[in-house]
Design a protein around this ligand. Structure first.
Ligand code: GTB
Length: 215
């Protein structure tokens, strides 16, 4: 059955791979599953046809036969459940890998998203500059804990898993801020993720859609 995902018709990041379809593309590439992409405009996302698949009118979505999914974490989990390349089969190792998936999305990503909000949604407010150090401090605190746990290991728990896929994807959103450079072991961890051939293919596929046109 054909797998179809949705992605921005044109990502605001111009092809940096930060929109969440890249995470789904990466998981599909790791699993060796072919997929098609339906590109959606910002207007189209809020129209009934897309809302029928995604109640919040966002990307990415995942469709396969009668199954329609939204939420990147759920989509990556669905793909990973069927592919040992992304989730170990041994029950305890599998439970730990799933724990890292949740950790990426619910413990690490919220302070990272707060930075985007502080910069792009609140940047023009009178109090924005005053708030910024607090936002950075919360990110630093989380990254410091994560770096302590990772130590010198290659991946978070043994072999690469969907937990690493989501954690690297979340950390990638910090690259532009420079804050990752304060944590060399995390920067190296992210670089290992990006170096994976499956990530490279996913990145190239989204870039082909989003790269600014050259004249
Ligand atoms: N919790 C959902 C999930 O994990 O799937 C969140 C989905 C989500 O935020 N989707 C965003 C979206 O559709 C795209 S990924 N936004 C349009 C809307 O809400 O109307 C977030 C994103 C957007 C842009 C960049 N960027 O340009 O750098 C990075 C990430």
């Amino acid at each position: 059955m054909t797998i179809t995902i949705t992605a921005f018709e044109r990502s605001p990041d111009g092809g940096k791979g930060l929109a969440r379809d890249t995470r789904v593309r990466w998981a599909l590439e790791e699993a060796g599953l072919p997929y098609e992409v339906r590109l959606v405009s910002f207007t189209g996302m809020k129209e009934p046809a897309h809302l029928a698949v995604h109640p919040f009118g966002q990307i990415p979505t995942y469709e396969e036969g009668d199954l329609a999914l939204f939420e990147t974490g759920a989509i990556v989990f669905h793909i990973a459940e069927r592919h040992p390349a992304l989730l170990p089969t041994e029950p305890d190792a599998r439970a730990r890998a799933i724990t890292w998936m949740f950790a990426a999305l619910s413990s690490v990503e919220p302070p990272v998203l707060d930075l985007q909000t502080a910069k792009f949604a609140e940047g023009d407010k009178s109090w924005a500059q005053e708030r910024m150090p607090l936002v950075f401090d919360r990110i630093r605190a989380r990254l410091s804990q994560l770096a302590d746990r990772l130590g010198d290991a290659e991946w978070l728990d043994g072999k690469f898993s969907a937990g690493d896929l989501l954690m690297v994807s979340v950390l990638l959103r910090l690259r532009m801020s420079g804050i990752l450079d304060e944590f060399p072991t995390l920067a190296a961890y992210v670089a290992r993720g990006e170096a994976r051939p499956a990530y490279q293919r996913a990145f190239a596929a989204q870039l082909a859609v989003n790269a600014p046109a050259t004249s």
